[in-house]
Ligand binder design. Structure first.
Ligand code: BTN
Length: 269
């Protein structure tokens, strides 16, 4: 597999802002942490940090993210949306859509999405997205979209139980896409969708695409929040990107965060 190369990534880019300011590291603690430091120091919209290896990769809910050298795409994008914080979850939606699209272009296989932002191939997780935001009620300073995509990881490289729930593009498709091209393709789609968000009807079209790919919808799910755990049927994605679920007594609830498990997917039996 080719090495990460700043120039090769740039050559494949078709963007105005995303990836035009890019750092490529051989090894780093966490690209999200570096991107946050850059954002705090004033980095422009679309700044990207990519690393060949992370030694302190972060996942959602304080978990760590396995990021061995040369096996995946560990990348964070600094976004400075001109909209209020309540619309920031839309960035997570389009991050997931753009990775799914780029993997499809590279392999002919399209990952599904487990709400809100896990990409699934062969019933296992191939990509996770960690979105971090700095905002107050009316103004979003920045959103960091951190993408962890397993490209060439072999099943026996996932430690312990992770092999039951995690996979890679290679394991699922037998192909080894060029990571430089894949990075550029993700950024190309990501910027295109990001710009559509501000056009009339733009988000509705993207939400439709998301619904089509979202394997959570129509399934019985287990929701684990901070203070409660319950089961329900996943019905829809709301305008603010919440998961709309229906409880057994017919009441509807909107879930904005929390772990949502779908039976048979990513190790949940
Ligand atoms: C999840 O828990 O599903 C989210 C995982 C996100 C991992 C990516 S890898 C690049 C970026 N840097 C990090 O430290 N985390 C994200």
């Amino acid at each position: 597999m080719t090495d990460l190369d700043r120039q090769v990534i740039s050559d494949w880019l078709d963007t105005r802002a995303f990836g035009r300011n890019i750092e490529v590291h051989e090894t780093i603690g966490s690209t999200n942490k570096r991107a946050r430091d850059l954002a705090l120091a004033g980095a422009p919209n679309g700044t990207v940090v990519v690393a060949d290896e992370q030694v302190d990769g972060r996942g959602r809910r304080g978990r760590s993210w396995l990021s061995p050298k040369g096996t995946g795409i560990w990348m964070s994008v600094v976004i400075r949306p001109g909209f209020e914080a309540s619309l920031a979850p839309r960035i997570t939606v389009i991050a997931a859509l753009s990775v799914s699209e780029a993997v499809y272009v590279a392999t002919g296989c399209r990952p599904s999405i487990k709400w809100p932002n896990d990409l699934i191939m062969g019933n296992k997780k191939v990509c996770g997205i960690l979105t971090e935001i700095k905002a107050d009620d009316s103004y979003t300073d920045y959103v960091i979209a951190g993408i962890g995509l397993n490209v060439s990881t072999r099943t026996d490289q996932f430690p312990g139980d992770l092999a039951m729930s995690a996979t890679s593009i290679y394991e699922e498709t037998g192909t080894l896409p060029d990571r430089n091209r894949l990075i550029a393709d993700i950024l190309n789609s990501f910027e295109y969708m990001y710009e559509s968000l501000t056009q009339p009807g733009g988000f509705d079209r993207l939400r439709m695409q998301y619904r089509d790919l979202c394997l959570t919808l129509g399934r019985r799910v287990r929701i684990s929040g901070v203070n409660e755990e319950f089961e329900a049927i996943a019905k829809d994605i709301s305008d603010d990107c919440a998961l709309v679920v229906e409880l057994d007594d017919g009441t509807k609830r909107e879930i904005l965060s929390g772990d949502v498990s779908v039976r048979g997917i990513a190790g949940y039996i």
